[in-house]
Design a binder for this molecule. Sequence first.
Ligand code: 28F
Length: 641
Amino acid sequence: MDKSAMPKNTNDYSAADIQVLGGREAVRRRPGMYIGSTDQRGLHHLAYEIAYNSVDEAMGGFCDRILVIIHKDNSVTVVDNGRGIPVDIHPTTKKSALETVLTVLHAGAKFGGKTYQVSGGLHGVGSSVVNALSEWMVVTVSRNGKQYRQRYERGIPQTELEIVGEAEGTGTKTSFLADKEIFSTLEYDFDIIAERLRETAYLNKGLEFRIVDERTDRELSYYFEGGISGFVRRLNRNRTVRNRQPIVFSKAVNSTVVEVAIQYNDGYTDNTLTFANCVNTIDGGTHLTGFRSALTRVLNDWGHRNKVLKEDEPNLVGEDVREGLTAVVSVKLAEPQFEGQTKGKLGNIEIKSIVESVVVEELGLYFEEHPDDARRIIDKCLTAAKAREAARKARDLVIRKGSLDSGTLPGKLADCSEKDPSLSELFLVEGDSAGGSAKQGRHRRFQAILPLRGKILNVEKATAEKMLSHEEIRTLITALGAGIDEDFDTARLRYHKVVLMTDADVDGAHIRTLLLTFFFRHMIELIHEGYLYIAQPPLYKIKSGKQEQWVYNDREKDQALAALKSKAAKADVQRYKGLGEMSAEQLWDTTMNPATRTLLRVTIDDAAKADSIFSVLMGGDVPPRKAFIQAHAKNVKNLDI
Ligand code: 28F
């Protein structure tokens, strides 16, 4: 700046004046530094900054009504019923406190002492910045039974502070028109501003906001007795909640107030909103860190103390306790430090331990008094932990499989020599005996055999994820070579026919159901591509003299017997249960030889049915299982219990 242009240190310009002019210049030269941008977002910041001053008064307990009006000319008026900006004359600057607040940068930011300022710290630039960026601003203060007024243009006083009448009550009214030389738009978005004010109303229970849009005659008012409890309810309004009553508590520690509301829903996302002096700290910070570590600790403590978490089981981790979490963490502190590019992160170190101790104490107490809520929440976290564990196993599996990719196939796999997957077949057989005759009976050029030990597949209620932790399942995945779940890639499949060839008894049916469910849940494309089949081994062998006949179901058996009977031939019927009862060449002839066999191709709804049968038969809920068994009991044949 050309020094000669600077006024001499004459009595026309005091040091304070130079500070004011310097500050105003700085703001108008680089507005983005103070309000982020000069588009609509920056324009909205002007309205927020003025409204925040009223919120500061409310947080100090001096104001409970705030009115925001958007006028037809896009000027904005904010009115509060606080104490009114002081108007006494400052001894050195000879200016009123009001003019000082409106013209010195950050002058209003230091209330000091106990009260909190939304406009405090770096976040709040206060009214002086708004003033500098407004074509005009008029501030009217009701205080000491009088009404005082002063008018500014682009931050420069156009009048002295004048008394313009009597005043009922106290408060501050600020009207301003953003400077079209600075902002690309003067159009406010009513809904955006209303949403921000609604949030602020939740954060200050008992504070009434009214917002009027004179351009459209729309008017909204927000007043939440329930405060942040109502906030989490609103956040969960389209959700099924786990704890009907939000968990709400607040506590003051020295000059810091911590307020928390928690309500779980049946979803999988973490929707924790954090605020510092009503500023939405979108990048979290020390209050969030403290909250999260306390939540995990309290849930683990309660879970172990109430024997819901087993000693030998690993603890719940942060991710588990945050699934389906809706929470509002609001702290109010004297000197907030906002960090990060968008000043959206709370940096005050001491807040972490303050929030952590408040949450540990208050949430712990709440769980003692509401064990059923605690139980419902813990159960949800446990499910999340299991899913996380299984996902990790699946990832490990894929990673390990990746390492296994180096051509080392599982030892149990009797592979075929054909390398073209479209010509290759893999038979999954149950147990080593069937495996034996299958290995002998197969055509080793294009047929591979993988024996699976059925029993390990009988996982208890845990979903198929638990299957993933079984060696056999890992072997199966490695043999197929195409990964699982979202990593599954049919292009990597080593066989285009995967044939379930389990025994024709209850165990075999059970294992087939489990395998179908596994493929349905983790390799759905295998089914979509039509690569999954079920072998059709014969159920009976009917011998009559030298003649042997194989039949595959009861209907065929009855027909064969009737035919033999008509010839008065003796017939000896042998029921096959285990494939191991057949010789290798019998198995080849009846079940594996492409020229003579019948393979049933699995379609999606077969697998889906298997999956629903699996979840009914093996799932957690008893009633559906009972209904299923009752409905199907009469169809059950050859129940070999
Ligand atoms: C429409 C915008 O700006 N409201 C405000 C107050 C109240 C006080 C204050 C503001 C103290 C001396 C710095 C009153 N009485 N609404 C508003 N209400 N500023 S801004 O004080 C400013 C500081 O100068 C106030 C006693 N203490 C504070």
